[in-house]
Ligand binder design. Structure first.
Ligand code: F6R
Length: 614
């Protein structure tokens, strides 16, 4: 996953940046690079593979200077290759940029810049940023790097963390955060300052840090840090002191790991998409799945096996694979699968979803499938886990370590993985739907949509203040969001110990409706989609029985406010991807309710992160 480190001060920047990058190695990457200003010129070194390769290159051809930026890259646009590694440099060599995130509109920006005569040296989306900055810097009025960066960045769609260095103003770095494509921490030293995407990268250097908020940018020199909003308003940032304990340091500005993991989903989803989607040719590559066209055509059924949250993710994935790849999908509990003599043959692909890769029930289901000759795939977060090793092919979630016991970012990552799997299957089987290209493109919008949804946490926290004393909840969803109702209810019960039931909304009248009264709030996922009217009628039925109704609704839907007692709005999202967005307010609600009730959020009673017993 991408990482950023920057330094400005009186010491040599190179070893400080390389040391910082080495502390991000655990996140994984495929290439790395560094740029320093040496005698007024930008010196750049980049290499693919491990940091050791970059170190060797630096040993052969050293660079040094008192200001610099470095990056570890996980490819999104363009293969892992030296010319695609960051930092990226502008045409005149005046500016360099490192970047985490996806520039959603990079194709149009690239065409615009090409028409102006810009020659691109990489296949990355990032490169448009550095050329845009140079374009604005050269238009005369803006020989200020901060100003040029601000103007360039307002052209970008998506969520981003960016650091810019320029030989024009060799005393400063400019850092920007838009949305949640990763944090930007500014470490405060003595006559020196640091920038990092992750605290561990600079924790050896300083414990005093400022965290940029969404849509803020900082101009950082050795002796000063000036923070502004993107609209140019000056901000007085709070300075946090990070304890030396690396575990708590990894928690950063958050009180709990679960909170951190909820709020880093724009970044984790970016990492899930990275390197797998070619937005230019509308294709998805999943090399670790090892799926030839011939094998893909032979499959006539997918059986998903998983437990708990991963099982609900599988229920969402069924919609993707059936709709996009026109393949039948069954979803089974890992813990049940082997007890019913399942019908499997060599035309069945069994897909195990397990973030830990060690859940014994899921592994047993995989073994059952293996014995019966199925093709075996896994979606895992833990690299090297048993489920990854056992499978014929795998897809990693790339969500980064998930420490909170209640799964959040691994859930959304595994949904995105299945979305990519469905698109990949469609390609390999030669059954692309007419809207295939658009569906590929939609994936690029996710990080931004996630970031915009998470920004609304205050409203969710307020609502938690009104709801935390209830002891029973009913969660309803329909169509592709019915598994999200199940997941929302699971999140609430496991961390707040409140009883919550999740149901496909149409099933309410077949039983659970008997429970509804004013003491049982009903949470309804009622987005503006193909089942919207049906959800409105469920809300009306619940209201008629005096329930307090909370609706998850689409921005701009004022009608629903007249039906529900409380509305949590989310941005409009393509229906197929809406589960990724709809689950976010439910994760936040569970979190804030649990905090209100004083529960141990990260380690709920009786639960374990990896369930290795039957
Ligand atoms: C709930 C949760 C569990 C896990 C389940 C399977 O928040 O995390 O329900 O999803 O124990 O775990 P994995 O995905 O590791 O197989």
């Amino acid at each position: 996953m991408c990482g950023i480190v920057g330094y400005v001060g009186e010491r040599d920047a190179t070893p400080i940046i390389i040391d910082g990058l080495s502390r991000l190695e655990y996140r994984g990457y495929d290439s790395a690079g560094i740029a320093v200003l040496q005698d007024g010129a930008v010196q750049l070194r980049r290499d693919v593979g491990k940091l050791a390769n970059l170190r060797a290159r630096l040993a052969d051809s050293p660079i040094s200077g008192q200001i610099g930026i470095g990056h570890t890259r996980w490819a999104t646009h363009g293969a892992p290759a030296e010319h695609n590694a960051h930092p990226h440099i502008s045409m005149n060599g005046d500016f360099v940029v490192v970047h985490n995130g996806i520039v959603e509109n990079y194709l149009e920006l690239r065409d615009e810049l090409r028409a102006e005569g810009v020659v691109f040296k990489s296949e990355t989306d990032t490169e448009v940023i550095v050329h845009l900055i140079e374009r604005f810097a050269n238009d005369g009025a803006h020989r200020d790097v901060t100003e040029a960066a601000r103007r360039a960045i307002t052209q970008l769609r998506g969520a981003h963390a960016i650091v810019v260095m320029s030989r024009w103003q060799p005393d400063r770095l400019v850092a920007v955060r838009i949305g949640n494509a990763g944090g930007v921490a500014i470490g405060l030293g003595n006559q020196e300052n640091f920038i990092a995407s992750d605290i561990p990268a600079i924790l050896e250097q300083t414990r005093r840090m400022i965290f940029l908020e969404n849509r803020q940018m900082a101009t950082v020199t050795a002796r000063s840090v000036s923070v502004q909003t993107l609209d140019g308003n000056q901000v007085t940032p709070s300075v946090h002191t990070i304890p030396w304990d690396l575990v708590s340091a990894a928690k950063g500005e958050y009180r709990h790991f679960m909170q951190k993991e909820i709020f880093e989903q724009a970044r984790s989803i970016t990492d899930t998409i990275r390197g797998r989607v070619d937005f230019e040719h509308h294709t998805v590559q999943l090399p670790e799945l090892n799926l030839t066209e011939e094998a893909a055509r032979r499959i006539d059924r997918v059986v998903t096996v998983a437990c708990g949250t991963s099982y609900y993710s599988g229920l969402v994935g069924k919609f993707f694979i059936e709709h996009l790849a026109r393949l039948r999908v069954e979803v089974d509990y890992g813990s049940e699968y082997r007890y019913r003599d399942p019908i499997i043959d060599d035309r069945t692909a069994v897909l195990a979803i397990t973030q830990s890769g060690e859940t014994v029930d899921t592994l047993a289901a995989m073994e059952e499938a293996r014995t019966k000759g199925a093709l075996l795939w896994s979606i895992v977060n833990a690299i090297g886990s048993q489920a990854m090793r056992m499978a014929d092919g795998h897809i990693t979630m790339n969500a980064g370590p998930e420490i909170g016991v209640a799964s959040t970012k691994a859930f959304t990552a595994s949904i995105v993985d299945q979305y990519l799997l469905a698109l990949h299957l469609a390609q390999q089987r030669g059954v692309r739907t007419p809207d295939h290209d658009q569906r590929v493109q939609d994936a690029a919008r996710l990080p931004d949509l996630v970031g915009r949804t998470l920004e609304r946490s205050e409203q969710v926290e307020e609502l938690a203040g009104l709801l935390h004393h209830y002891t029973n909840f009913l969660y309803l969803g329909r169509g592709i969001n019915y598994p999200i109702a199940l997941e929302g209810a699971l999140k609430l019960k496991e961390i707040s110990y409140i009883h919550a039931e999740g149901y496909p909304a149409g099933e309410m009248k077949h039983g659970p409706i008997a429970l509804i009264d004013e003491s049982m709030p009903v949470l309804a996922i009622a987005l503006k989609d193909s089942v919207y009217e049906k959800m409105i009628s469920q809300i009306e039925q619940a209201k008629a029985r005096s329930a307090v109704v909370i609706a998850i609704a689409t921005d701009g839907d004022s009608f629903i406010a007249s039906k529900a007692d409380h509305v949590l709005y989310v941005p409009e999202t393509p229906e197929l991807l809406s589960p990724v967005i709809a689950v976010l307010p439910l994760q936040m609600l569970a979190y804030y309710v649990a905090v209100r009730r004083g529960a141990d959020v990260d380690q709920p009673r009786h639960l374990a992160k990896s369930v290795t017993v039957e």
